[in-house]
Design a protein around this ligand. Structure first.
Ligand SMILES: [Zn+2]
Length: 141
């Protein structure tokens, strides 16, 4: 269903713009990429990111492939809601390991919502794509 906004004159090329609204992901407790620990049995542990780099990536979930989470009990908040109590253990020898967390020192942003305008008028993504193809013969990134 196409609905061309009244303000836009379809006969000439509109000034199409695409803007990313920054989305703040600053964290006070996130995986510490500098953490590296060797347990008593000699097994190394560290946070891993999906692409294999040991670099903190905002918005990407880090994992602890060498550790397993073992539930040791149940706690309860004052309002009665329960939460899990447990610890991380080495998958090979069972040693208890405490993964390190850190806090961002600077504010961190990732590209969030995308908004489109044609001659300064907000348009939907579909409309922006249609106008781009119509007037510029190409897709918008
Ligand atoms: Zn171990």
């Amino acid at each position: 269903m196409h609905e061309t906004p009244r303000h836009i004159d379809s006969s000439r090329k509109p000034d199409l713009r695409m803007e990313y609204q920054p989305f703040e992901v600053t964290s006070l407790r996130r995986p510490d990429e500098g953490w590296h620990y060797v347990d008593p049995a000699g097994h190394a542990h560290q946070w891993e990111w999906p692409n294999g780099k040991r670099v903190y990536q905002p918005g990407v979930t880090a994992s602890l492939p060498t550790l397993e989470w073992v539930r040791t009990g149940t706690g309860a908040y004052p309002d009665g809601e329960e939460y899990e109590i447990g610890e991380h253990r080495c998958r090979q020898c069972g040693a208890v390991v405490q993964p390190a967390y850190t806090a961002d020192r600077n504010r961190v942003f990732i590209p969030g919502l995308v908004s489109y305008t044609a001659d300064g008028v907000p348009v939907s993504r579909e409309e922006a794509v249609r106008l781009a193809k119509l007037h510029y013969g190409q897709d918008m990134g």
